[in-house]
Design a protein around this ligand. Structure first.
Ligand SMILES: [Zn+2]
Length: 349
């Protein structure tokens, strides 16, 4: 683009070919980037480190050299790079501070403002997206979850027993999705998704009850809702930074984040503690849940559940003082029906 530079008192006025004003730079603010002698100069202005002006007009240039000998000093390319990096590091540090420190606190505060009805609808809407993500038998209009009637009834009874044992923030609904992946998630709105692989990995119903109690703990403390608020903000920020707000699938990013991002160690410990208290209040033994968690820390084949529920050895140690013996969570027959909850193919729509 051809730019015309003209002198106007203490200012250099820049206009485009049509005569429209582009910028006005104070002559005192000009700095020399590159001097090509008779072929002109490359200038920038203080406070606008990224804008460059290549000036070749000998008349304007001669006047400028008089008004501002040496253009207030030169800026060498090397210093430019250094300064650019400094801005970059500053921006990164700012982002890190925003994402790591400010956002979680903000999200926790904002989550308390989300109306109950909205949270319920959010969980309801996210459920089929999560089921589809695991290649569940998702079809338009159904939730994509396993449909074994006896197994679901046994899970519902266990969830009701655990819910009745201790105050619950929001009613819990449990779904099983048919995939070999070993994991379980709490979604907003009290929706708990158990992946079938976890039912295969659990050595019995009481281990499963501990996992369910753990997810109920996340739900109790609104961790999933906070996570969604945070992830929405991050996806929006990244979208804005990339200049691509509409191109980013916000729901997809939020779900992806919910399914792959680990909770903090504090959140995990709080969910564990809540599970142990709930099991004990329901008269269910909590030693198996500790054993289950211990197997996660030592077993090599559990990447999925560890990626979202980190299980360092100190999580197990923290449990050790609080586990109590108690009853089994289900009868063997109930557990058998739970383990086969995905067997029956869903009736064709
Ligand atoms: Zn967890």
């Amino acid at each position: 683009m051809a730019i015309t530079a003209s002198l106007d008192g203490d200012y250099l006025r820049l206009t485009d070919g049509a005569g429209d004003g582009l910028a006005v730079w104070r002559i005192a603010d000009l700095r020399l980037v590159l001097d090509r002698g008779t072929r002109g100069v490359v200038l920038c202005a203080v406070g606008q480190p990224d804008a460059r002006l290549t000036l070749g007009d000998p008349v304007v240039l001669a006047k400028l050299r008089v008004l501002s000998p040496g253009f207030g000093g030169s800026i060498r390319p090397k210093r430019q790079v250094g300064r650019g990096m400094l801005y970059g590091i500053g921006a990164l540090f700012g982002l890190a501070l925003l994402f790591a420190v400010i956002l979680p606190r903000l999200a926790a505060a904002m989550a308390t403002l989300v109306p109950r009805s909205y949270e319920l609808r959010l969980g309801h809407d996210l459920l089929p997206v999560v089921a589809a993500r695991f290649g569940g038998r998702y079809q338009e209009g159904d939730s994509g979850t396993c449909s074994g009637v006896d197994g679901q009834a046994a899970i519902d009874r266990l969830a009701a027993r655990l819910s009745a044992a201790r105050a619950t923030r929001i009613p819990i609904t449990v779904h099983v999705v048919d995939t070999r992946v070993v994991n379980a998630f709490a979604l907003p709105g009290g929706q708990v998704v158990v992946l079938r692989g976890l039912l295969d990995f659990a050595s019995g119903p009481t281990e499963f009850a501990g996992v369910l109690g753990h997810e109920m703990g996340h739900s109790q403390f609104a961790h999933p809702l906070q996570h969604v608020v945070e992830a929405s903000f991050i996806s929006l920020t990244i979208g804005l930074m990339m200049g691509d707000v509409l191109g980013v699938s916000a729901a997809g990013m939020v779900v992806q984040s919910l399914l792959t991002t680990a909770y903090s160690r504090e959140a995990e410990t709080a969910a564990d503690r809540e599970s142990l208290e709930r099991l004990q209040a329901a008269g269910i033994g909590s030693v198996p849940f500790m054993e289950f968690t211990k197997r996660l820390t030592t077993g090599a084949a559990m990447p999925a559940i560890l990626s979202t529920h980190p299980a360092p050895a100190d999580r197990v140690r923290a449990m050790a003082d609080h586990v109590r013996p108690g009853a089994q969570a289900m009868t063997p027959e109930e557990w058998e029906s739970v383990r086969h909850i995905c067997d029956k193919p869903k009736p064709a729509a």
